[in-house]
Design a binder for this molecule. Structure first.
Ligand code: ZN
Length: 321
């Protein structure tokens, strides 16, 4: 009898600890190490980079659609945004407050390094629930809902395309960009900006995306491997052969990174959430969600200048391709 009582008490205690830990979004934070940049002949001359770079295959995998506030995508203080939204009156006569946007993982296949992802897309938890793995009191105001079709989740697409993910580079760590991490192979390098926050706020907004990530590798844009490529600014030749570049584009978040890929079908600029949408990019309107508006403006300006000078480079936005 006494033994049974002790067993029950232990079970209850375990349950309470599990509940509290999940409520607090507890998991030990991954340790951070600097990403070791392979030896490179990186030059700061874009024309030389462009002509000398190796090529990789590139495909954007669309993993679902999330409904988010327009105020997060576009800076509402910008007069251009105001007049744009006035032309988009919702059915009840009110201004449109929400927008549906796509969520991606970008897949690169490198001849020697294998399969690499930029961002991780959404896992299958977004199929049946409004916010998938995104938890916390305010998450409903960040992601209002989601739609994911059968086999659209990242793991289904990995299996369908026979992808063997060796490494993931993140643009930043808002939950819609890290949601696929839990289904990627354990122990693969996960790389992000040096000062990027994991945005885990117990009870308020949190997720389990990094629970099984022991080590994060960080990109240091003040390190020795950085080249200053005008007009983009600080860049890192990630694989050493010019095929994949990280571009420092802080503002939307601290440590935000955009990427430039030399695909077999031409160069592709991945803005990440430096610009969530084509409209924002074309109209020079920064994201509503900007941790530092001044830096966000500077980053968007650099990306736009590069795009204007190189109009054959395809631009893929954070949530629109
Ligand atoms: Zn974001």
């Amino acid at each position: 009898m006494k033994k049974t009582v002790i067993l029950v008490l232990v079970a209850v205690l375990g349950l309470v600890i599990t509940l509290v830990a999940s409520l607090l979004g507890c998991a030990s934070a991954p340790i951070r190490q600097v990403y070791v940049v392979p030896e490179t002949n990186a030059t700061a001359d874009w024309r030389k980079i462009r002509s000398g770079a190796s090529q990789v295959t590139f495909k954007t995998l669309m993993t679902g659609v999330v409904t988010v506030p327009v105020s997060g995508m576009l800076n509402l203080d910008n007069p251009k945004t105001k007049s744009y939204l006035q032309g988009k009156i919702a059915s009840g006569g009110d201004l449109v407050k929400s927008v549906d946007v796509e969520v991606y993982a970008h897949w690169i296949r490198h001849p020697e390094k294998g399969d690499i992802f930029i961002d991780s897309g959404l896992d299958a938890r977004f199929r049946d629930t409004a916010r998938g793995s995104l938890k916390g009191l305010i998450s409903r105001w960040i992601v209002e809902g989601s739609v994911q079709l059968a086999n659209q989740d990242i793991l289904s697409q990995i299996e369908e395309n026979d992808i063997n993910v060796k490494m993931v580079f993140l643009t930043h760590v808002h939950g819609d960009h890290s949601s696929g991490l839990p289904v990627l192979p354990l122990g693969i390098p996960v790389v992000l900006g040096k000062n990027a926050s994991l945005h885990q706020y117990p009870l308020i907004m949190y997720n389990d995306h990094f629970d099984n990530v022991a080590v994060l590798q960080t990109l240091d844009f003040d390190g020795p491997s950085v080249v200053n490529v005008e007009p983009l600014g600080k860049m890192i030749d990630l694989l050493g052969d010019g095929s994949l570049w990280a571009i420092s584009t802080p503002g939307h978040t601290n440590g935000h990174i955009s990427y430039l890929v030399n695909s077999t079908e031409g160069w592709v600029l991945l803005t990440g959430d430096a610009s969530h949408t084509r409209w924002g990019f074309e109209n020079n309107v920064i994201p509503g969600w900007s941790e530092d508006e001044g830096k966000a403006r500077k980053s968007l300006k650099a990306l736009r200048a590069f795009s204007m000078e190189n109009n054959d480079v395809r631009v893929v936005f954070g949530h629109e391709s």
